[in-house]
Design a binder for this molecule. Structure first.
Ligand SMILES: *Cc1c(COP(=O)(O)O)cnc(C)c1O
Length: 469
């Protein structure tokens, strides 16, 4: 499988190189040159497979030529073996023909484990084969950091540095990062905000002298392997609800557009998906595009669903690329306009075509809490705020009551106690068994000033299993 850039100027790469690449050299994102397509019979024959076996069948075409089948199978069995539920991604019925796909049974209780548990193992496998080491530097405001650290903690060939804004992440989220020890794990609390952290990561990619030749790898959702891993659970859910003989609709709590883009790909690979709902919080750039054909940046608002607090959705570029007949020059032009502070719209026929599949809704904090309370009253289930946004949007945008509606349950409610309390759900939430002593565990973290040179010096001092690069 070959991968090409959405801006048309960077060289095509194979899976192994795309795994290690961040942005393409032309500033674009990598996508498969040709998407695999499965027949209905083939998809139907996968019903009842354990999750890791289904994962093997769905993802195999993407890694062909880079990872032999037997190795890939072993990696997948290990990856999904760490999930705390035997079904890995169980479906729970909320209402007649309305379901939540629980994607929060991984080590850090959010769906990001599906991709980052796999990414860590794939990186280590490829690096061992090449005899190379890499450094990962990532910024987090919450879920990504802990999932990335958990995904890389056993990697022999990866040192990971996660920057979070000091005193500005929730205690559960901080502890999920700082209580994991390893000579290759480095938590840095930056005396600044999340944007400062992100800016320093970006600048480190632009100027890599401090790494003394060691490769820097991206773990944010621009990494293709993360998208790839997320395609699998759309198949998993549909197969349990009568697919592929019957179509299914999905509502996806959305920030950077990675998770829902995976659903779009599942559909293009042959899975009958009749509707994809983009569910956003008040940070609604995607809703404004889907409802009014305007892609325009606005100020950032802090919400009760912080993992969806974004101004710009990085993976949206991948959809735009398809919308424009995969014309890289057109995307480079649009992105240039956007970067210069302008917004853009796309031609009407392209937008209308997109709207045949996508609907959207922006949900306020108030509505989020109302939905948590409403679902609790009706079912006794406590939703996390992100999932609640998905449920609200599903109910508002649903096109057909005969088609099963699956809301992606992106996080466990225990990670977001503030929203749950505000919703007035009088039920004490307990940490799952593997995290029950989280608040007693020792923490390890280095506080550093909001200064690029200081961060880079720290990385060069500790980037080789805690020793200097
Ligand atoms: C990351 C995240 C999202 C948003 O996913 P995208 O792929 O960025 O759209 C939604 N909910 C939770 C809990 C998350 O951690």
């Amino acid at each position: 499988m070959r991968y090409i850039s959405t801006r048309g100027q960077a060289p095509a790469l194979n899976f192994e190189d795309v795994l290690l690449a961040g942005l393409a050299s032309d500033g674009g994102l990598y996508v498969p040159e040709n998407l695999p397509r499965f027949t209905q019979e083939e998809i139907a024959s996968w019903a009842g497979l354990p999750y890791h076996e289904l994962a093997f069948r769905v993802m195999r075409p993407f890694v062909t030529g880079s990872i032999p089948d037997s190795d890939f199978k072993k990696i997948l069995e290990e990856t999904y073996g760490v999930f705390a539920h035997s079904a890995v991604a169980p479906l729970r019925q909320l209402n007649g023909n309305e379901w939540v796909l629980e994607l929060f049974h991984g080590p850090t209780l959010a769906f990001k484990d599906f991709a980052l548990q796999l990414l860590g193992r794939l990186l280590d496998y490829v690096l061992a084969k090449r005899g190379e080491r890499v450094v990962i530097i990532g910024a987090t405001s919450g879920d990504t950091g802990s999932a990335a650290i958990e995904g890389c903690r056993r990697c022999d060939n990866v040192d990971i540095f996660i920057l979070h804004p000091n005193n500005r992440v929730s205690e559960v989220q901080r502890r999920q990062m700082t209580t994991i020890f390893g000579e290759n794990i480095h938590n840095i609390a930056v005396e600044g905000n999340f944007d400062d952290c992100q800016e320093m990561v970006k600048n480190s990619f632009a100027d890599q002298g401090f790494l003394k030749g060691t490769r820097l790898v991206a773990v944010n959702s621009i990494n293709w392997a993360r998208i790839m891993a997320q395609i699998v659970y759309y198949f998993h859910a549909a197969l349990q609800l009568g697919g592929p003989a019957r179509s299914v609709a999905f509502s996806v709590p959305t920030g950077n557009f990675g998770d829902i883009f995976a659903g779009y790909l599942a559909r293009n690979m042959g899975l009958p998906i009749s509707q994809l709902i983009v569910a956003t919080n008040r940070n609604d750039i995607l809703h404004r595009f889907m409802s009014g054909n305007q892609y325009v940046k606005e100020t950032l608002h802090a919400t009760l669903s912080p993992s969806m607090d974004i101004m710009v959705s990085s993976n949206f570029e991948r959809l735009l690329f398809d919308m424009h007949g995969r014309n890289g020059a057109a995307i480079a032009g649009l992105m240039d306009t956007f970067k210069q502070g302008g917004g853009f719209s796309v031609e009407d026929d392209r937008w209308n075509e997109t709207r045949k599949l996508f609907d959207s809704l922006a949900v306020s904090d108030e509505q989020t809490c109302e939905t948590i309370a409403e679902v609790f009253a009706a079912t006794g289930e406590v939703l996390d705020p992100h999932t609640a946004i998905g449920v609200k949007a599903a109910r508002a945008c649903r096109r057909s009551l005969d088609t099963p509606m699956v809301v992606l349950g992106t996080a466990h409610p225990v990670k977001f106690p503030e929203a749950v309390e505000k919703a007035g759900v009088g039920k004490a939430l307990e940490l799952p068994a593997h995290l029950s002593d989280l608040f007693e565990r020792e923490e390890r973290c280095t506080v550093l000033p909001n200064d690029l040179k200081a961060i880079q010096a720290f990385v060069s001092q500790h980037g080789n299993r805690g020793k200097p690069l």
